[in-house]
Design a binder for this molecule. Structure first.
Ligand code: RAT
Ligand code: ZN
Length: 412
């Protein structure tokens, strides 16, 4: 395609051909075999679909949770694909994924889809998905507090370098009372009191797991009630352990702000909600800690504009992703356009948050198209002002937006 082709087609082609470095997922290196989910039943029981399905079926919660995964997938398929049209973003994602894998979903029932997936060897399926999604690297979520995952790390398995470590620490800074005895059991001499000796041991713990994971950043998800500075364990641990650790190890501190956990516990993992954060906390973090870098995504639509304005003021702040309830086409277009108009290309428009390997296909197919549309619209306005963008410039911007800018922010 020459540079005389329509701008939108050039942008679409270049974005499609640019490999993405997906900075946050819940996928695992294939060596962690029992933790890597894939296949139709995993896709259908994704927690985004679980919460949608309960709106369309009257299966009691207990009945659903005591069912096998296969039966749960049957319930969801019937409720969301057979009895109603699958127009939600998460439903559409299943269809995009199957379609890209060469499956015509209308011609199959679940039994034959299961057979199709069962014929794959996991290692081959990983290659197929990464190549279809054009994903170059996958950021994992690695928690020292996950017992099943810890066992894999302790076994020193041969690793796939495309799966990159990230140190996730929610239980440490949001639940110190339960975290402290666990750290002690693992050989870190922390007291219940928060003092310098305890901070030093928490830093030793963070350093050990950073090295184990090869983690390029440290991450936490936070409730909308976060305040900073503040009395209490969370702010104390951030100041005395996490931020010094991040400075020592050259890691950004990634904050996912605005999740209300377990708004409806009957939905289990699908029961979390959203709340508007007070971004004064983030402003204070960025301004009081200029030697730290903060990568931030907000769950509430209402926080998106303020986040972008803060990023204009603090160059140690890097907005990323359209997270979870904002990962819908309408909001991706709104947020990405706002970010382009106020920040240029100095942000990372999307991460997939995939929990099932197959989802990389739809999450990136959908997001690439939307990012391309937003970008093309901006280039058209430049052309109208006499600044025709070249393919080389489009390529530079695509590389930046699909992970290059974030890698630089991480100091890689
Ligand atoms: O998007 C999700 O799948 C959520 O359940 C959360 O895991 C969120 O992404 C997180 O990392 O806390
Ligand atoms: Zn996540």
């Amino acid at each position: 395609m020459s540079s005389s082709a329509p701008l939108s087609a050039r942008v679409e082609r270049i974005l499609a051909a640019t490999p993405v470095h997906d900075i946050h997922t819940h996928l695992y290196d294939p060596a962690f075999s029992s933790l890597l989910s894939w296949g139709i039943d995993e896709q259908l029981t994704y927690h985004y679909l679980v919460s949608e399905s309960f709106r369309q079926m009257d299966v009691p919660f207990d009945r659903f949770w005591s069912a096998s995964k296969t039966e749960q997938a049957d319930f969801i398929w019937n409720a969301l694909f057979v009895e109603h049209s699958p127009v939600s973003e998460a439903c559409r994602g299943v269809l995009t994924t199957l379609n890209a894998l060469g499956i015509e979903p209308r011609k199959h029932d679940l039994a034959s889809l299961r057979k199709w997936f069962a014929a794959w060897k996991p290692a081959d399926f990983v290659e197929r998905v990464l190549s279809l999604a054009n994903v170059a690297s996958v950021g994992m979520t690695n928690s020292p507090f996950d017992d099943e995952e810890r066992a894999y790390w302790n076994a020193n398995l041969p690793r796939d370098a495309r799966f990159r470590g990230a140190l996730r620490i929610d239980p440490l800074i949001l639940g110190w009372t339960e975290a402290a005895p666990r750290l002690r059991r693992w050989g870190y001499a922390v007291g219940n009191e928060l003092n310098q000796a305890t901070a030093d041991e928490v830093r030793r713990f963070l350093a050990d797991y950073t090295r184990k994971y090869g983690a390029s950043y440290c991450m936490v998800s936070l409730p909308p009630t976060l305040s900073y500075p503040a009395a209490g364990e969370t702010a104390w641990l951030i100041d005395h352990a996490v931020l010094p650790h991040c400075r020592d190890h050259g890691q950004p501190f990634a904050l996912m702000m605005g999740v209300k956990r377990a708004v409806n516990p009957l939905l289990r993992m699908a029961g979390d909600g959203v709340g508007r954060s007070d971004l004064t906390a983030l402003q204070n973090l960025c301004s009081a800690n200029p030697a730290n870098r903060f990568a931030v995504t907000c769950l509430a639509r209402e926080n998106q504009h303020e986040l972008v304005v803060l990023a204009r003021k603090f160059r140690n702040l890097h907005p990323f992703g359209c997270w979870w309830f904002t990962n819908t086409p309408q909001l991706i277009e709104e947020i990405t356009t706002m970010r382009l108009e106020l920040l240029g290309t100095s942000f990372t428009p999307q991460h997939s948050d995939a929990r099932v390997l197959d989802q990389l296909i739809y999450k990136w197919q959908h997001s690439r198209a939307l990012i391309g549309r937003c970008l093309a619209r901006k280039y058209e306005t430049l052309e109208a002002a006499g600044w025709a963008v070249t393919d080389a410039e489009i390529q530079r911007d695509a590389t930046e937006l699909l992970g290059g800018g974030f890698a630089r922010f991480c100091g890689l």
